[in-house]
Structures are given as C-alpha cells and as structure tokens.
Design a protein around this ligand. Sequence first.
Ligand code: GAL
Length: 859
Amino acid sequence: MRGTGFLLVFCWVLGLLASTSFCGNVTYDHRALVIDGKRRVLISGSIHYPRSTPEMWPDLIQKSKDGGLDVIETYVFWNLHEQVRNQYDFEGRKDLVKFVKTVADAGLYVHLRIGPYACAEWNYGGFPVWLHFIPGIQFRTDNEPFKAEMKRFTAKIVDLMQQAKLYASQGGPIILSQIENEYGNVAWAYGPAAKSYINWAAAMATSLDTGVPWVMCQQADAPDPIINTCNGFYCDQFKPNSNKKPKMWTENWSGWFLSFGGPVPYRPVEDLAFAVARFFQLGGTFQNYYMYHGGTNFGRTTGGPFISTSYDYDAPIDEYGILRQPKWGHLKDVHKAVKLCEEALVGTDPTVTSLGQNLEAAVYKTGSVCAAFLANVGTQSDATVNFNGNSYSLPAWSVSILPDCKNVVLNTAKINSAAMIPSFSHQSLKGNIDSSEALGSGWSWINEPVGISKDDAFVKLGLLEQINTTADNSDYLWYSLGIEIKSDEPFLEDGSQTVLHVESLGHALHAFTNGKLVGSGKGNSGNAKVSEDIPIALVTGKNKIDLLSLTVGLQNYGAFFDKTGAGITGPVKLKGIKNGTTVDLSSQEWTYQVGLKGEELGLSSGSSSQWDSKSTLPKNQPLIWYKTKFDAPAGSDPVALDFTGLGKGEAWVNGQSIGRYWPVYASPNSGCAGSCNYRGPYGSSKCLRNCGKPSQTLYHVPRSWLQSSGNTLVLFEEIGGDPTKISFATRQIGSLCSHVSESHPSPIDTWNTDSTSGRKLGPTLLLECPSPGQVISSIKFASFGTPSGTCGGYSHGQCSSRRALSIVEKACIGSKSCSIGVSVNTFGDPCKGVTKSLAVEASCTERSEASSKTSLYGV
Ligand code: GAL
C-alpha cells in the first residue's frame, strides 16, 4: 500500500512537471488491465517505427488518436539495432526512445513487444544473422548460448526504456511488454525443451522488473504472471489460461501482407468491425490492430522470403500515411460505440443468451449501467430480433451496439463514414538534365561485371549454402566455374545445344555462360526453391559458367526457420540434349564472390568517378547500375516512384535504400473474385485484388528524404529494364464520398441535436479531407432522396431534392470538413413517407490551389 501511495504522489508531481506524464500502476485482473486502480477498455494499433520515418511519426500517431486508439503497439527489431554484435544503433528510424516519446506526446500508451523474436514479415524474424554463427546455438529453445543472447538484448531494451523513464511505473507511456512471439504455434517441434524454454523466458522477463505486465501471444501455457493473449482474424472464442487474467487480443489482422508474385489482399471493414465488436461482446477488453499503419519495408528489411517492399497491409492508415476510408472512419465509430459501454464492460462478465438460430445477445449489467451487444453470426439471412421488449433489425454477419441496452448507436455492417477513392497522379521524372549525361536522357550508368571481380573471392570444392556464406551481408552470391570442352565432347555433337540444370534452395538466380545472361529462375512465397533447365551453347575450349544467386528476404516464420537455407546447393549439371549425357558439376572447384563490385565501391550513394554518361544509354541489359538527378514533385503529397519498365533490383534516393523493387513479378491470373462478400469467416486468401498484374509497381519515397532539387536516384538493375520509363506518382485523394440514411444508426455524438429542444434530429453526414492543409474544393455529386450506386458512380433516384447540391456546396466548399444533417429539416421533403438518404461525392485539394476557386462560391 505504501508503495502505491508513493507512486501516486510521484505521478502527481510528474504530472505537474510534464504535460504528458502517465501514471503508473499497471496491473490486471479477470476483466481488464487496471491502470491506476481503474479497469480500462483499451483500443490499440500496431505501427512499427522503422516502417516509416521519424518525420511521419507524429502525424501517424495523431491520426491513430483521432481514430480512437489508446495504445500504439510496436515490435523491437533486434537486427536493426545490433547489426554487428555488441554495437548498438538507435539513430534515425531506429530511434526507439524517440518513437515511444512521440506516442507519449500524443497522450497515448505503448505496448512494447520486445520479443526479441518478432516474425513480422521482417528479415530473419528480427534476429541478427550473426546469432546463427555462435557455436552450439539453437534458436528459441532451452539452449544456453541462445538464452544468454536473448537475455542480454531484452535487458538492454528494458534498460534503455528505464533510463528514459518510459515505463508507466516511472511515469512513462509503456503499459505492457511482450516476450517471445507465438511460440505456442511451433512449440511442438522443439520437444520437451519448449516448455522449459518458455518457463525460462517468462522468469527472465519478470526478473527485469519493468513494473508493468508481460504478455505472451498464442501461448496457452504462459506461466503466471504472464498473460497469454490471442492473435488471429477473430478472437471472440478465446479464453486466457487463468480466471485471474483478462481476455486480450494482441493481433487483429486488419488485412494481410503482400508478397512479390502474389495478389494484393484486403479485408472488408464490415468484417473487421464485426470481429472487433464480437470480441467486446464476449468479454474482451483489450484489442490491437495488426497493422494500424503497415508502412514500408525499406532497405533489405523484408522477411519472407518474397515479402514485398510495401507493407501496406490494407491497414486503416495506408502505406503513405493517408487515412484509408471508410475503414479508418468506420472503426473510429466502432471505438466510440465500444467506449460508450466501457463502464459496463469492465464492471462485469456478460450474460449471453440466444435470440434464435445464429442470433445472440450479450448484456453487461452492473449497478445502474447496462450495455448490450446483439449479434447475427449467420452468413446468409438478415434478421429481426426482440430484445428487452423492442425489435431490432440485424443484418447477417453483424453486431449492433447498445450502450444503454436500448438504443443502437452502431451496427458493424452499416457504414456511416466517408469512403475515399485514392489516386496516384503521375508525372515524369524530369531530372535537371545535364548535357554531359547520356545523350540528354539524364542517366549515367556503370556495368556490374559478370562473375568474379572482387579481390576477396575464394575457391571451394562443391556448392555452398548461401546464408552461411554471405552472412546476409548482401543479397548476392556468385558461383563461378570454368570448364574446358574438348572438340569430341558429346555436348557439341552436331552443333546441338546443351542444357544447364540448376537447383537452388532459393530465392532467385540468374545464369550466365561466357558472359551472357542465358536464363533466370525464381521461387515464390509458397515455395522458394528454384529448379531450372536452361538451354546454353558451349564452345570448344574454355567456357565460363557464372551463376548469380540471390535472396529476397530471409525466412521469418516457422519452427527452425533459421535453418531453411538458400542458394545453389545443387545439383548443377550439364545435360547433352541428343544422347542424354550428363555431367554433374556440383562437386567441382567453384569460385565464390559475396556481394557485388558496385556494393564494394559504394555506388548506392551515387559517388564514384566511373559513371558513364557519354554514349547511348544501355537499356534492357542485365547487371547495370543507373544514376540520375531529379527534382522533387511540388507540394506536400506523399511521393512514390513508379518502377514500371524496370526488372528487378534495389533503389536508393540520396543514399537511402527505398527497398527492393520487382515490378515484373506478376501474380497468378486467377484467385481474385470480382467482389468480396464480407459475410462469413475471413482468411488471408479470401479477398484479393490485382490478379495477373505486377504485385508492386509503386515504391514509397518519404518526403523527408527529398530536397526540392538535385536529388540522386541510383538503381541496381539485375535483369534489364528501361530507366527512362520511371515516373513519379503522388498520392492524392480522388474523391471523398459518404452515403447516410435518415434511419442510419450512428454513434450518439454524431447525431444532430436541436439546441433548444434537445431533440435528436437525425444522423449527420460528415466529410473530412484526409490531409492537413487540404480543403473540400468541389462537390461532384449530391443527392437527397433515393440515390443509388457507390463512390465514383452515384446516381439520382426517382426521389431527389433539387436543393441538395447547393446546400452541400454551401456547407462544405472551402472547409477542411463539414457536417450536414441528413433530414427533411435540412433539405425539405422531396417524397413523403419514403426513407431518404443523402449521398455526396466531393474532392479535396491543397488550400492554396483551392483558394482561387473558393471565391467563386463567396466562401
Ligand atoms: C503473426 C505474427 C506477426 C505477423 C503476422 C502476419 O503470426 O505474430 O508477427 O507475422 O502473423 O502478418
């Protein structure tokens, strides 16, 4: 008790000193996390700090707060901070302390998932590759060398946070920490050692004395006091392993990740909202969106293999930091509705009753408060239910929230939030073309030599596994072999061709004979292995076979994921076509080179005196470094480079890697249904777009990495492409739409209230431009009556008020946001006795561009 009393005084003093101090005592009980003696319903969202820039953090966090979040969750990425053993790096995008403080500045809490195994579609699951080379090490099991390293890094992070006073117990924002990650999913593979490892991890974490609870996700046997939590698309049926622990959901997948060579997954918000509401309906009090902002895998940070550079995740805030609507807005409404139930939710367990087949009511009644959730978990039929003597309509696969056990403020299937059609506006990458550069194209280049060119090349008998050889210091490993063909060899018989057979554990390869690219092969996210038969022509005498093997992000998931391996482990064979003669080259003496000559020369920064700019720009040739200078597009809209026209490689802007690019890798043609029915259980392959098209053509360039002019772009192109085809794309909002019915349930505080009578007038239609500095510049469509269609394609119904357009224009043009009462009080009644709705499509532009137009309307 004395301790708590002291803490409260301490926190009060801190509160006087800083505007954003948090107070401290975080515990838990059966119902909820308890912060300073108060049980809380907490809405959380994942934002991984290195997947955006420090310049983007404040805006992303503010948008999270505006969306109704209380907590920001992030992993800590070990291999980002300790690339070299015992050398720590916490600068720039790696500045974890700054990130946590930025969240605190917005008044939000932090859930710090230290891991240090993360998974997260991050290279090697977050482990530094040097860990693999420690003698006797076995990852994620009861192994002394591993445990020593895991403890050292975990303690390092805890210490860093404690030094900066960031735990809630110290007045900081961190209310929760995670140790390990989903170990329960793979524990079976580690035998009895799994159990002792988890017990050790729990004890080790607890001993670090953070003063806040620890969680383990997907760990049914997490020992006390660790809280076991749920990850998944739905967690309403989850139960923690003790009645003393709250029901917590640490990963509610808001969409899914993208792989090179795969279609683009998305998750309809009606289903996501349904999952959230079901969780709170059945006793949950903490839920986290994974991801709330997915962001970008800059550099070589993607895992996989084959995870794309974009980690957009169909999250409520898109890769570029723009609100994804109506997802963000609808979830905001869900959060408001859930928060209206907070007192009842934390006060008691729900009483669940059936209202018929697939129909379920949960009531939280305690003292004078009462909140209810009504669910229709059927996938086909809408229903009408009777509850407490009233009748309620419940669409299929939806939940209605009644914070007073009477009035529905939200139904998860009815969206009362703006939709948005984002668009990219393209412009050419007109550099400051320097006449010295290749024939005015603005580009210069350096050829990357085929085969061995570095002094540190070495010779070994047989074929080597790649990760053990490169230690992931580069994506690239050359395997080079000289062979002598005598004139009487069967390969040359009748001038017939030979086949080079190459087998690799992955992830991709390019084969060259006598300096020429003869074939390429690649795996995919389901199967990284490559097996290719490449026709080649050999000559009598000396021949050279150069195989360039490459990784595309190291494995991040699964038992023993670290042992998956990569590279050309063979066999490599020469097969004569005619008589079937085969020569196995696998155990020959191969020469190896880790990395590229251009990497050794540091070409990614653009420096070097070797850039060629005199002759015709080489196009569609493999292994070339390209460089150009360019001016940033005007304005403040987020910027992407459209790499259509390139093959595969990596790109740097002003020396910073914007990631691997691979715009020629298209997804299979089938698998994308035209539309996706949100009703029924969601899975990662249920709702897909972009089938048959390149998985990723646009690559985010953070604004803060650009100067207004004289930026340097460097590309390393492996396969061949035309860099002059590259263009800019700026992320803009094409249209902002909303369609609200007079009868629409909507969160209580968005209802119009007559100030004199206090009478509710009906729902409101809200429009808000997503970026600061933007205003509504035009109303493309407005109809009050019986309009139909969807955003971008609304049309008037038979009933339509003639005044709608001018009323909406007057209310909205020139403002960042506007709200309009959806009722006959605003528009008059164009058709008595019919339920009417208001549909609006608007567009936003930068305030400066709009000012000339706004005068037209006299605003
Ligand atoms: C989970 C894992 C996360 C992430 C997610 C998929 O299993 O815990 O780190 O990998 O899957 O995006």
